[in-house]
Write a protein that binds this ligand. Structure first.
Ligand SMILES: NC(=O)c1ccc[n+]([C@@H]2O[C@H](COP(=O)([O-])OP(=O)(O)OC[C@H]3O[C@@H](n4cnc5c(N)ncnc54)[C@H](O)[C@@H]3O)[C@@H](O)[C@H]2O)c1
Length: 362
């Protein structure tokens, strides 16, 4: 079995957890390992993923060896595996475009992005030279132009894409068609955490339909203290994030709720929470006899390892698709791993379809 050559756009907290995970599971990826859905996919373990290129724009990351850059501020996620190998990869300067929100300058260096003064590299050229198979995109929410720039670079360089950002590529008719025409796999959009607010909220919505009760109103309020939450203080960057998160829950209901009865989204930045995300979830429903009832849940999760647990499957499925000559949006893995896939389905049905896809029987 060959290696999966991986490029990373955005060396933030999610990238940090992903790289730590590759090492953490190097010798202990079994069916019983906590945190893994698939120890092996299409013959690939996590030890088969080799990072060959990385892009960022922060002056504390650009030009540095990747194994140092992932631990540079403002990254603040839990370090569960400090020792990373020497990848022989220096972080390259990407095009900033709309990647950095203006209000970042109003916050201290330890919490916010600081743009490097370097000239941007030719992303497609670097991808070609590195021999990357798959690029995983971890740019900030609201980076429409920047994410599209990396998507175009993938198309130009012949690289598959896993888009973890709520900028619509795999689920956008024109972008997905471009990947189809080049026979390149694309997985997206907006990574769905392994066990986070979205999957819990979706399962509750689905459960209520199964049990014949009528959901009347629901909210999901999320707070965090990482740069993802700081970035999302700017409301206009949040448009597609709200669409992605809301549609993800609405898709599980037989009858979608009216807009003014569902409120889902990032709600505030609380600096000392760092990468710990707190979710307050409330559902109000009517049961037998139209009698009103409600439920409140408080979820506390470490955001970035929670996303890496899904990205590792998305990356390996993208490579399996390359091996099998499959291009365009990968519906099966996207429905399991992403909040805004090209096609929504129930999580149980999606998981079953994915297992058949991995086994090569669909
Ligand atoms: N559970 C999760 O953590 C989760 C879930 C769903 C979606 N996501 C999404 O994944 C993305 C990454 O999350 P994160 O927590 O790693 O964010 P982060 O803020 O820690 O990292 C973003 C990185 O992108 C870099 N960057 C900014 N503009 C750039 C550009 N033009 N080119 C290259 N790099 C650029 C920043 O310097 C930073 O290092 C976000 O969009 C987030 O919303 C994360």
């Amino acid at each position: 079995m060959g290696k999966i050559k991986l490029a990373i756009a955005g060396v933030g907290n999610c990238a940090s957890s992903l790289l730590q995970g590759f090492e953490y599971y190097r010798d202990k990826a079994t069916a019983d390992s906590a945190g893994l859905i698939h120890p092996i996919i299409g013959g690939y373990t996590l030890a088969d993923i080799q990072v060959v290129a990385a892009f960022d724009v922060d002056r504390r990351k650009v030009g540095r060896p990747l194994e140092e850059a992932v631990f540079a501020p403002p990254n603040c996620t839990t370090i569960f595996h400090r020792e990373l190998p020497s990848y022989g990869v220096k972080v390259r300067m990407g095009p900033v475009l709309d990647g950095v929100a203006r209000h970042m300058a109003d916050y201290p260096e330890s919490k916010a992005f600081r743009v490097a003064a370097e000239k941007p590299c030719d992303v497609a050229g670097v991808l070609r030279e590195s021999g990357a198979d798959v690029l995983v995109c971890y740019l900030p929410v609201g980076s429409e132009d920047a994410v599209q720039h990396y998507a175009q670079a993938c198309l130009d360089a012949g690289v598959a894409m896993v888009n973890c950002v709520p900028v619509f590529i795999a689920s956008h008719p024109e972008w997905s068609q471009l990947f189809r025409e080049k026979n390149l796999p694309v997985v997206g959009d907006d990574i769905k955490s392994q066990l986070g607010a979205t999957i819990v909220h979706r399962m509750l919505a689905w459960l209520m339909c199964q049990r014949g009760v009528r959901l009347d109103r629901t909210y999901q309020l999320n707070t965090g203290g990482n740069t993802d939450f700081l970035n999302m203080l700017e409301q206009h960057r949040l448009r597609t994030k709200r669409i992605s998160k809301t549609e993800s829950v609405q898709s599980q209901l037989d009858t979608p709720l009216p807009d003014d009865c569902i409120h889902i989204g990032p709600s505030d930045f609380v600096p000392w929470q760092k990468d710990n995300k707190i979710c307050f979830l409330r559902t109000e429903w009517r049961g037998f006899g139209d009698v009103p009832m409600n439920m409140e849940i408080r979820l506390s999760v470490e955001d970035s390892p929670n996303s890496a647990g899904m990205a590792i499957d998305a990356i390996r499925c993208a490579k399996v698709a390359l091996d099998r000559g499959i291009g365009g949006p990968l519906d099966e893995i996207s429905a399991v791993c992403m909040k805004h896939p090209p096609k929504q389905a129930s999580d149980a049905e999606s998981r079953e379809r994915l297992e058949r896809w991995i086994a090569g029987t669909v």
